[in-house]
Design a protein around this ligand. Structure first.
Ligand code: KG4
Ligand code: ZN
Length: 330
């Protein structure tokens, strides 16, 4: 039996399709972003996102199949992100995937977007990180820590109680009029700034592996509003980024110690952050895996990687598959 999966992700503002063999070999991974559609609003406008998915999804899937040099007769299953995410966006992807599965008589697999991010580690060249590992999913919608015992076997250790780290990046960038998405531009400016210029708060909350970033966001807002001393924007960016990274690193260390695990994999858009990538790889006693940046931000290859576990177990959906905006892992 062939083990080639066509995977689709339309959970937020990226339309993506990928062809993945054996849950680990990427034959194609096409991502069409919507930054141009949303940047003038300073954030994602859900209705515009779903309409854009509708316009381009056929072309994106077509390109993924052509790049992989694949015909539907060689595909074993269609996988699609079923949530969490923007419901209008999810409906476009799931409806399209159902149509493909129906026409080509293929099994349909519904994949949790967060499990997709976790499974980006299984796309690692040369084989996945040593199991079990700690996974930090840090994106625009989520900041969560998991213990990963295998594909399909995850236990949540902690999560953000308010804003996701990426959301804090985007909001701080908006306050500083730096454009959208905020993460990459703050990351770039932070490289030339002083991380000790402003002592922004770190919500370590040592009794838990949960996170909180809303206090930091408010602190940056107050600092900008009250600031009379022309602190350069690079210094504000570097100080904000240092506060985020300090907390992420500390929680990773605590999670690893609590579980007695020494391997850590990052995923999600904020895992593309150069400052975070540098610091995690320097941690003593921790083997860290940071996926290539295009596999950190939203992409369908990670959905294909996660779907493989369900494919092997025969966990298929019928055509009543209904996406969910809120969908916990497991
Ligand atoms: O995983 P992702 O593409 O979509 C979600 O599932 O949310 O993550 C998008 C988030 C945005 O908040 C964006 O600002 C952030 O990832 N991001 C970054 C960087 N690149 C993207 N944050 C910090 N540094 C970066 N280099
Ligand atoms: Zn994501």
């Amino acid at each position: 039996m062939s083990d080639v999966i066509l995977a689709i992700d339309t959970s937020c503002d990226d339309t993506s399709a990928a062809v993945v063999r054996g849950g680990s070999q990427i034959l194609s991974n096409v991502v069409s972003g919507q930054t141009l559609v949303h940047e003038r609003f300073g954030g994602i406008v859900p209705e515009l996102a779903s309409r854009r998915h509708l316009e381009i999804i056929e072309g994106v899937v077509d390109e993924a199949m052509k790049t992989a040099d694949m015909s539907f007769s060689s595909v074993s299953a269609v996988a699609v992100c079923r949530g969490p995410g923007l419901i209008g966006s999810l409906i476009v992807g799931t409806a399209f995937a159902k149509a493909l599965a129906y026409i080509h008589k293929l099994p349909l697999i519904g994949v949790n977007h967060l499990e997709g991010h976790i499974c980006s580690a299984f796309l690692k060249e040369g084989g996945p990180p040593e199991l079990p590992f700690i996974s930090l999913v840090v994106s625009g919608g989520h900041t969560s820590l998991y213990r990963v015992d295998n594909r399909g076997s995850y236990r949540e250790l902690g999560r953000s109680r308010d804003d996701a780290a990426g959301e804090a990046y985007d909001k701080v960038a908006k306050m500083l009029a730096l454009g959208f998405p905020g993460g990459p531009v703050i990351d770039r400016l932070a490289k030339t700034g002083n991380p000790r210029a402003v002592p922004f708060p770190r919500a370590y909350m040592p009794q838990t592996l949960d996170f909180s970033f809303s206090g930091l966001k408010t602190s940056v807002r107050n600092f900008i509003a009250q600031s009379t001393n022309n602190v350069p924007v690079q210094d504000i960016c570097a100080s904000f980024q240092a506060a985020v990274i300090d907390v992420l690193i500390k929680k990773i260390e605590w999670a690893a110690a609590q579980e007695g695990i020494t391997t850590v994999a990052l995923s999600g858009g904020v895992a593309a952050n150069d400052g975070l990538r540098q610091q995690i790889t320097r941690l003593n006693g921790i083997k860290a895996y940071c996926p290539p940046k295009p596999l950190c931000t939203d992409n369908a290859a990670m959905i294909g990687a996660a779907a493989y576990g369900q494919f092997l177990k025969g966990e298929f959906e019928d055509l009543s598959l209904n996406p969910k905006a809120y969908l916990p892992v497991g």
